[in-house]
Design a protein around this ligand. Structure first.
Ligand code: MN
Ligand code: MN
Length: 497
């Protein structure tokens, strides 16, 4: 039997759809799931796949990728690469695995929703491949972490983290529950494919992969790069969705993209900003977080907005200013609250590192150096207790991140909204704006501090909070170099020694 060429049968196979006779269309495809409210059914016929692939082709390509990753994995196990890594570099993979592996698993569910409920048969068809991509990503990171578990119990958090109440994980889960698990197909495609995958995952999976390779973490780098080849493909599914929505409800497209862009940015300030500008050894950094953001996210996002007739978000000027600061604020906070982390953060403020930071961020010393000087002084006088927290920081009811961490240290204002008899607190006017657009979407949730105040965390002290977050002594964060980096600042003040 002779096989047909793909182009001979593709057109009929991708449009597999029929008129339902046993059930009503609206029961089989509820608007709450499809998200096509406001867009006529016929309009979805214009949804064209941004790439064409058959199952046979897909499996062939993915098999090659898997063989590539497996080959590197075996070679590295024999070479004992992980055991020789700089501990700050190893911490990046602890952080990444805990923070992102289960996000891949949530993406499986999201693409499963698309495969079942998306308003176009072509979109449903192609989402099956995206779903298989995300299964591969979650499984690869679990496998990689399982290999390394014997070296560090922190790799257990690859699976465990999302089953705990660790505050940073709560922040990520809050975003993912909202946009990956509970949003309708149209909104999720804009928020996740167009905003998170097309923009921000480049930061973590291309830029950080390059830094990891440079720093000798070849396995981690190889894993990230292999995953990104899939992301780059299925992220394109957002474009035909945006194109159709722009014809029927452009205001909704603008709102979904602006809200999800801000929320994703705040998370990546914490995840990628810290790893790139503080944990990666200074000599191995290719570009700063801000430089990567400008090249990989800002330019690209502006181009997408322009190409589809959208405006820049109203908060664009604020966003650009936050690029200079927010991740430094989050890093300082995360290092200070290090017992609440499941990895060991690198302070990253030795003289050489500060010189690099000041070169990349001219206001760094004025805003953040002065605070680190205080910490360094306390370390060098042996007063480590003063560098450790006794309480929890105020948290935002939208991003779940500490208030005072989006901009420089002069922007600590807490924004508020009243809704249904309760006051909600926000880290910025942008987060407040997101909440005020759709208060019912977020209202009722208690953040970690709200729970603390409500007496849901016992005993009501830092130790009680740490236990509630699932942090056990063998994974709890501490300075990754055991404060040795601070000694070079001591030589100038021998009296204090
Ligand atoms: Mn993925
Ligand atoms: Mn993806």
């Amino acid at each position: 039997m002779r096989l047909l060429n793909r182009d001979d049968w593709y057109e009929i196979s991708h449009d597999l759809d029929w008129t339902l006779s046993y059930v009503e269309e609206r029961d089989a495809f509820p608007a709450e799931w499809t998200g096509s409210g406001g867009v006529p059914k016929a309009a979805w016929q214009a949804w064209e796949e941004p790439f064409r692939i058959s199952y046979r082709d897909y499996v062939g390509v993915q098999r090659e990728k898997e063989a590539g990753v497996a080959g590197v994995r075996d070679a590295l196990k024999r070479a004992h690469i992980y055991e020789h890594l700089d501990p700050a570099v190893a911490a990046i993979s602890h952080f990444h695995m805990g923070a992102l592996c289960m996000v891949e698993q949530m993406a499986v569910t999201m693409l499963g929703h698309f495969a079942r409920f998306a308003p176009s048969p072509r979109w449903r068809n192609i989402s099956v491949f995206g779903m298989l991509d995300e299964i591969r990503h979650a499984q690869l990171q679990l496998l990689f972490s399982h290999d390394l578990l014997k070296h560090d119990p922190r790799f257990d958090w690859c699976q465990k983290a999302f089953h705990t109440n660790e505050w940073g994980i709560v922040a990520i889960r809050s975003f993912c529950d909202d946009w990956l698990l509970n949003a309708n197909c149209v909104d999720a495609a804009l928020a996740v494919h167009l905003t998170v995958e097309h923009g921000f995952t480049n930061m973590q999976f291309v830029a950080l992969a390059a830094d990891a390779m440079e720093s000798g973490d070849i396995g981690f780098s190889n894993l990230l790069s292999s995953i990104q080849t899939d992301e780059a493909r299925h992220a394109q599914q957002g474009f035909p969705t945006l194109e159709i929505l722009m014809k029927h409800d452009p205001q909704r497209a603008q709102r979904v993209i602006d809200v999800s862009f801000w929320r994703a940015f705040r998370l990546f300030q914490a995840i990628t900003g810290t790893a790139m500008d503080y944990y990666t050894p200074v000599g191995k950094r290719k570009m700063s977080f801000k430089e990567f953001m400008l090249e990989w996210v800002v330019d690209q996002h502006e181009r997408t907005l322009r190409d589809y007739g959208l405006e820049r978000p109203w908060y664009w000027e604020t966003f650009l200013k936050c690029l200079d600061h927010g991740h430094h604020a989050l890093h300082l906070g995360m290092w200070f609250w290090r017992p609440t982390l499941f990895w060991k953060p690198n302070a990253g403020v030795s003289r050489a590192e500060r010189q690099w930071l000041n070169g990349k961020y001219p206001d760094w010393e004025e805003s953040w150096g002065v605070l680190w000087d205080e910490i360094i002084k306390n370390i060098n006088t042996g007063d480590i207790a003063k560098t450790l927290p006794e309480t929890l920081p105020a948290l935002c009811n939208l991003t779940q991140l500490p208030i005072g961490t989006h901009w420089d240290r002069h922007h600590l204002e807490c924004f508020e909204s009243r809704y249904d008899g309760r006051t909600y607190h926000f880290d910025s006017d942008v987060s407040k704006w997101c909440f005020d657009l759709e208060p019912t979407r977020y209202a009722g949730h208690l953040n970690v501090v709200d729970r603390f105040v409500a007496g849901l965390i016992q005993p009501p002290n830092l130790a009680g909070a740490l236990a509630w977050m699932g942090l056990t002594p063998e994974v709890m964060g501490d300075d990754v170099y055991d404060y040795r980096w601070a000694a070079e600042f001591n030589r100038d003040r021998p009296a204090a020694a």
